[in-house]
Design a protein around this ligand. Structure first.
Ligand code: NAD
Ligand code: WQD
Length: 341
């Protein structure tokens, strides 16, 4: 049994599908602060299997102990957290409380229940402004905003925990830029309000909900001047979690591993690929740089290949096609009329 915190969210729901399809029993803990219960109904529809859902906040340590005990979980995949960079600058305490405080509470509950296997959602944001590319796991760590600091604090906490008790088995997965959706078109990314991230914004332009994309800067030192990122299909990312769990069965370690493709694409590359996948125009305007953005960021995915036997298999076309299938079938996300979905 695997306990998945934040399992109703974007990456969590895709990981639940892969866990269930691999024959794992799954219990989700989510407070639905950034997700809809509908996503989990759709996970069940895709897989033809059921999962257990507990509505609880990870900051509620007693509820977490109860969830661990009642589920009989042997391991936890911990997605629950807040992730909007701009919001974290506006309201840093909410990020430290939810992300750091929530993780402390979860770890205390795990310790009390003797569950010491954890896969944690970290982010390439812990590399700060890259000093060299591609990013290897031993690149110096830094943070440029409270969201990033919260991930860095948690990473350090996990390393300290493992140093204090070598029975802990911890995989810190540093995601690059997750995009796309399940190939069924039934689950995908469902941002509340204006999307912060590029691909969901582009998808809303293609579907006609927004007029154009603002391209945040075309004067970076990149091939076409726009920002370069390592976009990774969310299903590949989900599969990386299963591989991480597999490795932890054999290794009592605390290790950070990049989950990326190793290839960088620019903003303009992404717009063109999305136009091709959707058959719709994606108008754009060049705007000024977004505060805090970096020019380029992509992974060296060699460690994941070597240690997990994992590599990303879905290309840019699949990322855009799957994102489009989700967006066009569910123009209002999970709040769309689902009767024909
Ligand atoms: P998401 O917001 O879609 O999912 C997070 C889920 O956690 C949501 O269902 C939310 O309701 C739940 N949650 C939040 N706080 C909670 C709490 N206190 N108690 C219980 N549930 C809570 O986000 P996502 O994109 O699926 O991201 C999952 C994880 O991966 C996050 O930790 C995020 O920081 C990390 N990450 C995401 C990205 C990205 O670009 N999506 C990149 C790197 C890392
Ligand atoms: C990608 C590129 C923008 C929107 C963020 C977080 C990071 C991680 C993933 C959680 C950049 C450009 C974007 C738009 C644009 N999240 N862009 N117009 O900034 O790489 O990473 O999400 O851990 O921590 O910082 O992703 O999708 O916001 O931007 O031109 O409307 O698209 O400038 O070059 P980013 P993004």
């Amino acid at each position: 049994m695997i306990l998945v915190t934040g399992g109703a969210g974007y990456i969590g729901s895709h990981t639940c599908v892969e866990l269930l399809q691999a024959g794992q029993a799954v219990t989700v803990v989510d407070n639905f602060c950034n997700s809809q219960a509908e996503s989990l109904l759709r996970v069940e529809r895709i897989t033809g299997k059921t999962l257990t859902v507990i509505r609880a906040d990870i900051r509620d340590r007693a509820a977490m102990e109860q969830a661990l005990r009642s589920s009989g979980a042997q391991a936890v995949i911990h997605f629950a957290g807040l992730k909007a960079v701009g919001e974290s600058v506006e309201n840093p305490l909410a990020y430290y409380d939810n992300n750091v405080g929530g993780t402390v509470s979860l770890l205390q509950a795990m310790q009390a229940c003797g569950v010491k296997t954890l896969v944690f959602s970290s982010s390439a944001t812990v590399y700060g402004d890259p000093q060299r590319l591609p990013l290897q796991e031993d690149h110096p760590l830094s943070a440029t905003n409270p969201y990033g600091t919260s991930k860095l604090v948690i990473e350090n906490m996990l390393r300290d925990l493992h140093r204090s008790d070598a029975d802990w088995r911890i995989s810190i997965l540093r995601y690059f830029n997750p995009v796309g959706a399940h190939a069924s078109g039934l689950i995908g990314e469902d941002p509340q309000g204006t999307p912060n991230n590029l691909l969901p914004y582009v998808a809303q332009v293609a579907v006609g909900a927004r007029t154009h994309v603002n391209v945040w800067g075309n004067d970076y030192a990149t091939p076409d001047g726009t920002g370069v990122r390592d976009y990774i299909h969310v299903v590949d990312l989900a599969l990386g979690h299963l591989k991480a769990l597999e490795r932890l069965r054999q290794h009592a370690e605390c290790r950070a591993i990049n989950l990326g493709t190793g290839t960088g694409y620019s903003v303009l590359d992404m717009l063109r690929a999305f136009e091709q996948a959707s058959g719709r125009p994606v108008p754009y305007q060049i705007a000024g740089r977004r505060a805090g953005d970096i020019a380029a960021c992509y992974a060296d995915p060699a460690q994941a290949a070597q240690l997990l036997g994992w590599r990303a298999e879905r290309d840019l076309q699949a990322m855009c096609q799957d994102a489009w299938r989700w967006q066009s079938g569910n123009p209002q996300g999970y709040r769309s009329d689902t009767s024909n979905a």
